[in-house]
Each structure stands twice: as structure tokens, then as C-alpha cells.
Design a binder for this molecule. Structure first.
Ligand SMILES: C[S@@+](CC[C@H](N)C(=O)[O-])C[C@H]1O[C@@H](n2cnc3c(N)ncnc32)[C@H](O)[C@@H]1O
Length: 278
């Protein structure tokens, strides 16, 4: 079999394991034998073309990525170079927002399912796991994902790493907490309403959504490491997305930052909102 078959097989095996699925489970969902899945993974056969859309869906990637290994997930990202270094770009201490969430939930974290979107090198995801959450850490950067795994092993707290692009990722689970810290500026403005609607829909009643986003201010210079695919929010955007939820906290403030080794400031807005019965 040619190399492309082997690469395809390795890719589906890696994606399947990342999702914690057995070959039996995938085969049952696709209505094929476990032996067929095993053959694909070993590069000895390819799935029927008609199975690709469902296989891609089950593995939470695009068909493009499934076939070529190329998509925005896995591409060189803005932080890749930094994440390849030994030190932790965002540090190893949890963010203030992560600590606030744990305080708010007051120890009642066991079996609570939390999604951290744009986890970076995992400082918050691992803190949440340490506090008892069952954590999914979604991150686009390959070195970021490696750092999360490495940190998780080092700390001895397990997190389920989802190496994916939040833009195309379909949330399949229902979460108690959907969390993001400084990553939702990568959602293009025209797609935000749809994404926030999905986060809200994928949250259990009584669960929380909590985000920290960057807000545009005419008197604050753009950060030195701000990228072309990052887009500011406007004051009040978060409160509007969650207008029909109970807002526990919503605060805008100016913070100092030293990312890229250059001192600068950001205007940030963070929200903690709870889903109530409809
Ligand atoms: C400012 S960093 C914050 C990292 C982390 N939340 C923290 O506070 O330490 C934003 C993160 O979002 C990730 N990211 C950017 N675009 C993404 C996308 N489309 N899907 C998933 N992650 C993304 C970046 O790779 C980066 O790690």
C-alpha cells in the first residue's frame, strides 16, 4: 500500500484514540466490521467514499482534513513558535477567571464536564482537572496540544485533548461549563452569533458559560502579538449574547500584559452566565 494510505490510516487511528473511541464503536456507527476499520488504520484498505462524510463527522474533523491532514487545525498558528519553547508562554498558574469559576462552584466539581476552548498550553484546563472537573481542552496549535499533554502528565491530572479548530468543531457533548480565556477573538465576527448560540445550546440547565474577550478601545494600542485573524469585540457584546441567561458577573476592565515580552494593555470583558430553565 502506498504512503498516502498509511498516513490516512495513522490519521484516523490518532483521531479515534483522541476521541477515546474503540475500533468496534466506530465500526458499529458506520455499519462496517471492526476488521474493516483495522485495515483502514493499518493502511491496508480505504473506506468507501460514501462513508467519508459520516466518518469525518464522528471524528469531528472536515473531510478535507481527514483526507489530507491539512486544514486550519494543524496549520502553523500564531503561538506555535512560542509553544515550542520549553518555558510556558502563558505560565503555569491558572488565570483569575478559572479560579473564580472554581470558587463559584464551591467544590461541587466531581463529574462536571468542562470545555476549555483555545486552551493554549493548558494552564487552566489542568487546573480545572486538578479541581475535579472532567475536562475537554480544545486547541488548534500542534505544539500547544503537545504542551498540554506534557503538562497534564507532569501534573498527574488527566485532560481530554481535542486538537481542533473551534470554528469548524461540532460540539457533541453537553457541558456543565463552557469556558474560554482570551481565545474567542479568533471567531470571525459574522460567525459569532451562531457559535454563541451553540455554546448556549450545548450547556446543561444550571450550567455556566464563562468567557474573557478583548474589547476595542480607541485609547488602547493594538497588542504587539495581535494577529490578522483576531477580531475585537465591542463593549456589551457578551452581555447581549447572554441576555436571556442569569448574569452572575460581567465586568470590563483594563489589564496589563507582557506577552511577546513587550509590556502593553488590553481592555477585557469577562462574563459568567448561568443557564436557567426555559
Ligand atoms: C491568547 S491564547 C490563550 C490561551 C489560554 N486560554 C490561556 O489563557 O492560557 C489563545 C489560544 O487560542 C488558540 N486558538 C486560536 N485560534 C483557534 C481556533 N480556531 N481553534 C482553537 N484554538 C484556537 C491559540 O492557539 C491560543 O493557544
Amino acid at each position: 500500500m502506498c504512503n498516502n494510505h498509511n498516513e490516512f490510516g495513522r490519521r484516523i487511528a490518532a483521531l479515534r484514540k483522541e476521541k477515546g473511541c474503540t475500533q468496534e464503536k466506530i465500526s458499529a456507527m458506520l455499519n462496517v466490521t471492526p476488521q474493516a476499520v483495522s485495515k483502514w488504520e493499518q493502511g491496508n484498505a480505504l473506506p468507501d467514499i460514501l462513508l467519508l462524510p459520516l466518518l469525518a463527522k464522528l471524528l469531528n474533523v472536515s473531510i478535507d482534513y481527514l483526507l489530507t491532514g491539512e486544514s486550519s487545525a494543524g496549520k502553523v498558528g500564531p503561538y506555535d513558535e512560542e509553544y515550542q519553547k520549553e518555558e510556558y508562554y502563558w505560565g503555569m498558574q491558572p488565570s483569575e477567571l478559572a479560579e473564580q469559576i472554581v470558587e463559584l462552584i464551591e467544590g461541587d466539581t466531581a463529574h462536571k464536564h468542562l470545555l476549555d476552548m483555545g486552551s493554549g498550553e493548558g494552564r487552566d484546563a489542568i487546573y480545572f482537572a486538578k479541581c475535579g472537573f472532567q475536562v475537554d481542552a480544545l486547541e488548534i496549535s500542534t505544539p500547544g496540544v503537545e504542551k498540554i499533554r506534557q503538562y497534564s502528565q507532569l501534573a498527574g491530572y488527566e485532560v481530554n485533548v481535542l486538537h481542533a479548530d473551534m470554528i469548524g468543531y461540532e460540539l457533541s457533548a453537553a457541558y456543565d461549563v463552557i469556558y474560554s480565556h482570551g481565545s474567542l477573538q479568533f471567531l470571525p465576527p459574522e460567525q459569532r452569533a451562531k457559535h454563541f448560540a451553540t455554546y448556549k445550546q450545548r450547556t446543561k440547565v444550571g450550567g455556566l458559560n464563562t468567557h474573557l474577550i478583548f474589547v476595542e478601545k480607541p485609547f488602547i494600542k493594538i497588542a504587539p502579538d495581535w494577529e490578522k485573524n483576531e477580531f475585537f469585540y465591542q463593549s456589551g457584546d457578551l452581555a447581549r449574547y447572554y441576555h436571556d441567561w442569569e448574569i452572575l458577573r460581567c465586568e470590563e476592565r483594563i489589564v496589563d500584559c507582557n506577552s511577546a515580552g513587550i509590556p502593553h494593555r488590553h481592555a477585557v470583558n469577562h462574563i459568567i452566565a448561568r443557564k436557567r430553565e426555559a
